[in-house]
Design a protein around this ligand. Structure first.
Ligand code: ATP
Length: 264
């Protein structure tokens, strides 16, 4: 969901309240991304340079993209999401022009946040690809970042599951020089995420979400969202006498997350 009309600024609708179990991470991100946008004068007064680029790293489905959208919303920033694989494949032959136009748009509509999702898809270590097309793209990205002058008004966030595979040049000062780890949620965090994803669902009176959190060790936020959805589908199939074919989650987990809606 996007606020505004096409051609105008694109501010995502996601809020911090939609991001579960990441209070400490949200605090880091507010300071690194939101504050330079909303209170540039503080940074000027203290003579500290806001970060140009921030790397979110951690396993898939842990809310990296979600958090980037949320900080854009809370800062009122224009949000441009770029998928690494897409820039490489869909814009093949025009990737460099596309990169330039992304930075130009960010500047024109600032404050802005550019998100490079899965940056490792085109910015893994250049030694491995020598003179390849990807190497050219990385150089171009670096030179665009080096040329950014409106510090704090435009912030670039990149996400990766494999920080160690990234071209080291990307992680130098003045580039992606601030790294924030986004790991798998612990039990309390899972409880919080489950609350978010069952918001508004007709839950059984005796439902114990803490017990579900305990049963879902090693689940990412995306897995928990899928579990909530699946539990609701099980409820629907039961109500409509449809066959239940799902095998993704254990019956134990699904039974624990009991959703009752026999009245639709
Ligand atoms: P990838 O590395 O695969 O791109 P990601 O870390 O960017 O994954 P997201 O795309 O942000 O993960 O998460 C996918 C979905 O999972 C989100 O849209 C959201 O619905 C749910 N989700 C993930 N983490 C959380 C969280 N901490 N709180 C609430 N929902 C979450």
């Amino acid at each position: 969901a996007v606020r505004g009309t096409p051609g105008s600024r694109n501010v995502p609708a996601t809020r911090y309240a939609d991001v579960g179990g990441m209070e400490d991470t949200i605090a880091l991100v507010r300071e690194a991304v939101e504050l330079p946008i909303t209170h540039p004068e503080i940074f000027k007064r203290l003579k500290i340079r806001p970060h140009k680029g921030i790397l979110f790293y951690g396993p898939p489905g842990t809310g990296k993209t979600l958090l980037a959208r949320a900080v854009a919303h809370e800062s009122g920033a224009h949000f441009i999401a770029v998928s690494g694989p897409e820039i490489l494949n869909k814009f093949w032959g025009q990737s460099e022009a596309k990169l330039r136009s992304i930075f130009a748009e960010a500047k024109a509509k600032s404050p802005s946040i550019i998100l490079f999702d899965e940056i490792d898809s085109f910015a893994s270590s250049r030694d491995m690809m020598s003179e390849s097309f990807e190497a050219t793209l990385v150089s171009q990205l670096l030179s665009l970042m080096d040329g950014m002058s409106d510090l704090g008004r435009v912030c670039v966030i990149a996400t990766t599951n494999r920080p160690e595979a990234l071209d080291p040049a990307l992680r130098r000062p003045g580039r992606f020089d601030h790294e924030i780890e986004i790991g798998l949620p612990d039990r309390n965090a899972r409880h919080h995420i489950l609350k978010i994803h069952t918001r508004g669902m007709p839950l059984a009176d005796d439902l114990d979400l803490e017990a579900v959190a305990a049963l879902t060790r090693d689940y990412s936020g995306a897995d928990l969202e899928a579990l909530c959805r699946e539990a609701a589908l099980v409820c629907m199939r039961r109500s409509l006498n449809l066959q239940d074919y799902t095998r993704r989650f254990s019956s134990h987990q699904l039974a624990a997350l009991s959703i009752t809606a026999y009245d639709f």
